[in-house]
Design a protein around this ligand. Structure first.
Ligand SMILES: *Cc1c(COP(=O)(O)O)cnc(C)c1O
Length: 376
């Protein structure tokens, strides 16, 4: 019996998500230490000390089930964003919310619009629900083409659009005017999932108040996370903000205890530590300059990024028929630096590197210089 045939064809067609290589795995493989991981857009400062203290305190009560309604965390978010608690859903990472949105609203036959080179989970969540994805070409230097996406979204059977702003892995950004224009034009029966995983990294002059848009657009679902700027990636907490009716549907498919009690406590504390988020953004801005200037010195092109990571172009080397970025990825691993190959994003000539501490960025740049010298 071929048990995979018991799964629906659309499940069998899924290519699983490829995460960044864990440090411990490379340590085991190479028997080296001092590895620098710049592969998963994690916070190089770690976690807010307030969140660490809250986690330690929460452990004493770990025999109890968590609060399935996340009362305190919802209250904290409600106060922060001036939105009713009934418009908030918590998730096991924002990945959970992307999937809840797909599971609650999509069925086989439905269509979903997203962009080429957009975050991989949109296609995965779409496929797992048996719906059909429409990937729209990114004409603007790898960024979402909203007018092309709008044209796709008005087609028969389209029920959902995923927009990542900034997008991962490209780091591209859409301004508020463009986004609002899209929301005004898209039919009201099409749900728009606006994934703002890197929102906290945006500079003041590019910030926009998407939460206030929820009043005018009951088809809007905003997703955010504690994994990136808040430094809680390992704990898994994210949230969605949407109209009450949409939230009600997400809650129907949500596991009753999808956010653990330690995560809830940590997220409440992390939200209060605004200074930590500010330091994180400052470090990221300085690190982004360090890395992009370093890339330019090495003669490498990169895609200007609004997140805590950047994609650099690696040309194919003359001697080898092999893909240059794939080769460079493996050479950097040998030198103790983990970055992210993104051939699975249809970007085989790019590597995505997360912005780390100054010393980590330096180690990446010197390993890159060494590897380039070897292939030149
Ligand atoms: C990292 C990321 C997420 C989800 O991260 P979680 O850890 O599940 O919250 C969502 N969207 C984008 C674009 C991301 O880069």
């Amino acid at each position: 019996m071929n048990y995979s045939e018991l799964a629906a064809p659309y499940i069998r067609a899924i290519a699983p998500y490829q995460p960044g290589k864990p440090i411990a795995e490379l340590e085991r493989e190479l028997g080296i230490s001092g590895i620098v991981k710049l592969a998963s857009n994690e916070n190089p400062l770690g976690t807010s000390p307030l969140a660490v203290a809250a986690m330690n305190a929460a452990i004493s009560d770990i025999a109890r089930y968590p609060d399935g309604s996340c009362f305190e965390l919802k209250n904290a978010l409600s106060e922060r964003y001036q939105i009713e608690s009934t418009c908030i859903v918590l998730g096991n990472g924002s990945n959970d919310l992307l999937e809840l949105a797909a599971r609650a609203f999509l069925a086989p036959g439905d269509k979903v619009v997203y962009a080429d080179h957009a975050f991989a989970v949109y296609a995965l969540a779409t496929q797992a629900a048996g719906a059909t994805g429409i990937s729209v070409p990114a004409t603007k230097e790898f960024g979402h083409d909203l007018s092309a996406m709008l044209q796709a979204a008005v087609q028969h059977k389209v029920k959902m659009v995923f927009i990542a702003n900034p997008n991962n892995p490209t780091g591209t950004f859409l301004g508020a005017t463009e986004l609002l224009g899209f929301l005004r034009a898209v039919p009201p029966q099409v749900l728009v999932v606006l994934d703002e995983a890197y929102n906290e990294y945006l500079p003041q002059n590019l910030r926009y108040d998407s939460v206030s848009w929820l009043r005018d657009f009951p088809n809007l679902i905003i997703s955010r996370t504690f994994s990136k700027a808040y430094g809680l990636a390992g704990l898994r907490v994210g949230y969605a903000l949407a109209g009450e009716l949409v939230v009600d549907m997400l809650n129907r498919v949500r596991q009753p205890f999808n956010v653990n009690s330690v995560a809830q406590a940590a997220a409440v504390a992390a939200l209060q530590d605004e200074a930590f988020v500010r330091r994180t953004c400052e470090l990221n801005q300085a690190g982004m300059e360090q890395v992009t200037q370093g890339l330019t010195r090495l003669g490498l092109k990169y895609i200007p990024s609004f997140g805590n990571f950047v994609c650099c172009h690696i040309a194919n080397s003359a001697q080898s028929g092999e893909n240059g970025a794939g080769q460079m990825y493996r050479r950097l691993l040998e030198l103790g630096v983990i970055v992210r190959p993104i051939a699975n994003y249809d970007m085989p000539d790019y590597l995505r590197v997360s912005i780390g501490l100054e010393s980590e960025n330096e180690k990446f740049l010197s390993a890159l210089a060494q590897a380039l010298g070897e292939t030149a």
